[in-house]
Structures are given as structure tokens and as C-alpha cells.
Design a protein around this ligand. Structure first.
Ligand SMILES: O=P(O)(O)O[C@H]1O[C@H](CO)[C@@H](O)[C@H]1O
Ligand SMILES: Nc1nc2[nH]cnc2c(=O)[nH]1
Length: 313
């Protein structure tokens, strides 16, 4: 596609019409599966999987733990559409491509979107395995010129200056806690917090981790915020669930190398310092371990939305 070509919504929708049975063509809920969380699509009933390469305007997910399929199906009796893999800017995808599937969902009538991700914890009170119900975000890229809404407006009916202080639907957030109650989850299984969006693909240095924590972020990841902005521009209710897959490496205090060497020269025995690092394998392992919990929560919330609960339909 030429970089300035208009987005091919009509073509994408027409392909979908030929591939998706009519009863699944008007999904009530959109779902985006984060790293290692594509199992969310595994329990859809009457599922129809469509490879992204069949859909004009879609690019490919190139990250391990993400599949390149759009899934249509039923959760209970509620028709949903799920991206089994997402697009990240660090893969080389343009922001307009990253958010294109969200806009397609909107054109299919999706009013509620559940966005999941894997994230590192900055808040030391969060444990690995916790699911954070996101209520706010910090997006340094947005503040410095990397915003998916930059440029000519896709639709003249959209607001030029979109307010996003209410981006994360309170009614949908309430549904997650109601779902956790019905599923008898421990209180510690869920937390509330602020997501920091960074471009990646590098993980944070210790100083960057400290900086983001000091700014008020609880978790950090390389996705989600562009999708949230596009979904809000499209008028959707947004819910974001971050699975804490690792603690961001923020050592308590810097252990001086000078002091270590000086101590050794003075004949003292020093404790070996091993620098910790994060890996994507660790992220995927945790996704596999906690995927069922994420799935159970998402399914329960979809069921609530289907019943018209929460005022978020
Ligand atoms: O946000 P998702 O896609 O879940 O993936 C997260 O995990 C990857 C890093 O391990 C990054 O892509 C980060 O954003
Ligand atoms: N930026 C970032 N993204 C992640 N995704 C999963 N874990 C992390 C992390 O520690 N940092």
C-alpha cells in the first residue's frame, strides 16, 4: 500500500463479509491478545480464523507469542472478534497500521474493546502473575510526537482534540472486579494501576525504570496505548488488562564498582554482584502460566456485557 493511500476499509469489510458467517459479522466485543495470551481465542465457539494476509490493510505480527489471525466466534452467546496477535511500532509497522484492526472492529459495530498485554511491574507492591486493571496511562511517545492520531483526520466527524482523561471506562473496570468476585479469585490476583507506554524493543535500564516509577507508572509495556487512542477516537468503551510477567529490574541502590575494587585491593572479601536482566522467554512463560486466568476473566466480562450489565454495552 502506498504510504499516503487511503485506508482500505471497504476492501477489508468486503473480504470479511465473504469469509465470516452473518451471525458472527456484528461482534459485540473486540479483544486484543497480548504476548503469550492468544489462547484467549482458543475457547471461542463456532470459531472462524482469518489469516491477516487475507485482509487488506492488515500487516503481520512478527513477535513470538503473537499469531497473525483474526478470530470470530461466540463467548457464551455473545459474538466477539479477537486479534490473536497485535502489531507493535518496534516491528517497523506504522502507527496507522498498528491501530487499523481497531478501526475495522469499530466499522463492524464493536462498541466495547478488551485489550490485554504482558507488562513489567515498576510498582514493587505488584507481584509477578498479578493482573492489573489499567485506569490511566503515561505515554512519553505521545507527548513527544509519536501519536497515532497525528495527521489528517480519518473522518471529519471525529474530534480533532480528543480528551483521554476518561479513556479507561469505569463501568468496564467495575465489571472486571465483579467478574473476579464471581470467579472467587483471591484479592491479590487483581490490582489497579497506570500503564507506561514505551516504544521498545529494548527493555528498561534501571534509571529508566526509576524514572517511570517516579512519574507514577505501575507497569510498563510496548503496546496498547495506540490501540486505546484509536478505540476512543472511534467512540468505543475501553478496558485494558495487563498481566505482570516480570519485575522491571530496579536495584535498590547502585553498588559502586570503585568501592568494590578499592575494598578488594584492601584485602576485603566482597559479595559478587550479578546484574539481572529480563527476557521475552520469561514473559511468554508467565503468559502460558496465567493465560487461563486472563481467559476466565475476559470471558466473564464478555458475559456481563452480553447481559447488558455495567452500562457498558
Ligand atoms: O504488549 P504485548 O504485546 O503484550 O507484549 C509485551 O511483551 C513484549 C516484550 O516482552 C513487548 O511486545 C511488550 O509490549
Ligand atoms: N517495556 C517493557 N515491556 C514489557 N513487556 C513485558 N515485560 C516488559 C518490561 O519489563 N518492559
Amino acid at each position: 500500500m502506498h504510504p499516503d493511500a487511503p485506508l482500505p476499509f471497504a476492501e477489508t469489510l468486503s473480504v470479511l463479509q465473504t469469509l465470516v458467517p452473518p451471525k458472527l459479522l456484528s461482534p459485540r466485543v473486540g479483544i486484543i491478545c497480548g504476548s503469550g495470551l492468544s489462547g484467549l481465542g482458543g475457547s471461542l465457539k463456532e470459531v472462524v480464523l482469518i489469516s491477516y494476509d487475507r485482509l487488506p490493510g492488515f500487516v503481520q505480527s512478527t513477535v513470538p507469542g503473537h499469531k497473525s489471525f483474526l478470530a470470530f466466534g461466540l463467548i457464551g452467546s455473545v459474538p466477539v472478534v479477537a486479534m490473536l496477535g497485535r502489531f507493535h511500532p518496534y516491528e517497523g509497522h506504522k502507527l496507522s497500521s498498528v491501530v487499523y484492526p481497531v478501526r475495522v472492529m469499530a466499522k463492524m459495530g464493536v462498541k466495547n474493546i478488551i485489550i490485554t498485554n504482558a507488562a513489567g511491574a515498576l510498582n514493587p507492591n505488584l507481584a509477578v502473575g498479578t493482573i492489573v486493571v489499567v485506569h490511566d496511562h503515561i505515554a512519553l511517545p505521545n507527548l513527544t510526537g509519536m501519536n497515532p492520531l497525528l495527521g489528517p483526520q480519518i473522518d471529519s466527524s471525529y474530534s480533532r482534540f480528543l480528551p483521554i482523561s476518561d479513556a479507561y471506562s469505569r463501568s468496564l473496570r467495575r465489571l472486571v472486579f465483579q467478574a473476579a468476585h464471581q470467579l472467587s479469585l483471591d484479592r491479590e490476583a487483581l490490582a489497579e494501576g497506570t500503564y507506561a507506554w514505551v516504544s521498545g524493543p529494548t527493555y528498561e535500564t534501571a534509571a529508566e525504570g526509576r524514572f517511570l516509577r517516579a512519574a507514577g507508572a505501575d507497569v510498563v509495556g510496548m503496546s496498547t496505548v495506540p490501540e486505546v487512542l484509536a478505540a476512543r477516537e472511534e467512540g468505543m468503551n475501553v478496558m485494558v488488562l495487563s498481566l505482570v510477567t516480570n519485575m522491571v529490574v530496579i536495584p535498590e541502590g547502585y553498588k559502586s564498582v570503585r568501592e568494590e575494587v578499592e575494598a578488594e585491593l584492601a584485602g576485603k572479601v566482597t559479595e559478587a554482584v550479578v546484574d539481572e536482566v529480563v527476557s521475552h522467554e520469561e514473559v511468554l512463560t508467565l503468559g502460558r502460566e496465567k493465560g487461563d486466568l486472563m481467559k476466565a476473566l475476559v470471558e466473564k466480562v464478555v458475559e456481563f456485557i452480553g447481559n447488558g450489565n455495567g452500562g457498558a454495552v
